[in-house]
Design a protein around this ligand. Structure first.
Ligand code: ATP
Length: 306
């Protein structure tokens, strides 16, 4: 059954890629590039993987855009149990860093370490099961909600329900006549953005990943849904190694460290308090958020204290 499970996981991964590819043609080239550069199997399967991540002098260019180097010498370490926030202006390279951790691409130069091994030595199919990504717009594959959460692995319905409760998904799933057997995707029910995210969080909880990658929503959800998603995310982050592309001030304030990415380099690195004292890019970003009114009352009070 392991082989079946692997095939299933691969299929769903490819399906995800395919769905992402549908939107824009650049994404299709992207997908072709990936297939050409990174092998899908081979490499080591280890008994344990810690969530430690290290980037050592990483330079990176997307194969489809050879004229532009996107990352220019990125180095940082994320220790097990840390919650690290990536922030910075749009287009700076935050998502690219996350893409590289999942090894969708290999860097031009430099070394990425996961656990205590270079990423290139680990079996991609294997380590991708230890690294969960919850994106802003998760892609579910056309199957039941249960299958989406189990993600190609054996799982009892009790386990599926337990993680769904933790992810604030059980309640809405229970309103469907067919419950966890309800089909999603093209021929199934249409889930809202927030519901999809909660299913993705349940899936991540089910995998119990060594490393959790999160792309925090910018604000596309309604307030009720946002609250449920945030509560689920907070639970999922607890006790885990987390790298989050952060948009919320409360997240960066809780981060062990904040890495400010600007134009492919690390502009600043430190805690929220340290960076505010720096009077640099980070402070400008925070002030801009304040001016845009994108800050809740508690955050605002905390900033005023600084
Ligand atoms: P945002 O906050 O807007 O999501 P970001 O900091 O995550 O931005 P990236 O998405 O990593 O930034 O983009 C960094 C640069 O790489 C940008 O110039 C972007 O246009 C480019 N880029 C991103 N994805 C691809 C791709 N698949 N192919 C080619 N170029 C890409």
């Amino acid at each position: 059954t392991l082989q079946v499970a692997m095939a299933f996981a691969l299929m769903s991964a490819l399906y995800g890629d395919f769905m992402k590819a549908v939107g824009a043609s650049v994404r299709i080239f992207d997908l072709l590039d990936r297939k050409a550069t990174v092998p899908n199997d081979g490499g080591e399967i280890m008994t344990r993987l810690s969530g430690r991540v290290e980037f050592k002098d990483i330079f990176f260019t997307y194969p489809s855009r050879p004229e532009t180097q996107v990352l220019k010498g990125i180095s940082f370490t994320v220790n097990p149990g840390e919650m690290v926030a990536l922030v910075g202006p749009s287009g700076g390279g935050k998502s690219t860093i996350v893409n590289l951790i999942e090894r969708f691409y290999d860097p031009d130069s430099g070394t990425i370490t996961l656990g205590d091994r270079p990423l290139t030595e680990l079996d991609p199919q294997w380590f991708r099961q230890k690294v969960s990504m919850v994106s802003q717009e998760p892609t579910l594959f056309a199957s039941s909600i249960k299958d989406n959460i189990a993600y190609g692995q054996d799982a009892s319905i009790e386990k599926i329900e337990a993680v769904s409760k933790e992810a604030n998904a059980h309640e809405f799933i229970s309103t469907f006549e067919e419950g966890y057997e309800t089909l999603v995707g093209e021929r199934g029910v249409r889930l809202s953005g927030g519901q999809k995210q909660r299913v993705a969080i349940a899936q991540a909880l089910k995998m119990d990943p060594a490393l959790l990658l999160l792309d925090e929503a910018t604000s596309a959800l309604d307030a009720e849904s946002e609250h449920l998603v945030q509560e689920a995310i907070d639970r999922a982050m607890k006790g885990r190694t987390v790298i989050v592309i952060a948009h919320r001030l409360s997240t960066v304030r809780n981060a062990s460290k904040v890495i400010v990415i600007d134009k492919g380099v690390i502009a600043e690195i430190g805690t929220h308090d340290e960076l505010l004292a720096n009077d640099g890019v980070y402070k400008k970003l925070v002030l801009r958020q304040l001016n845009a009114g994108a800050v809740n009352a508690a955050d605002l009070a905390a900033i005023r204290e600084q």
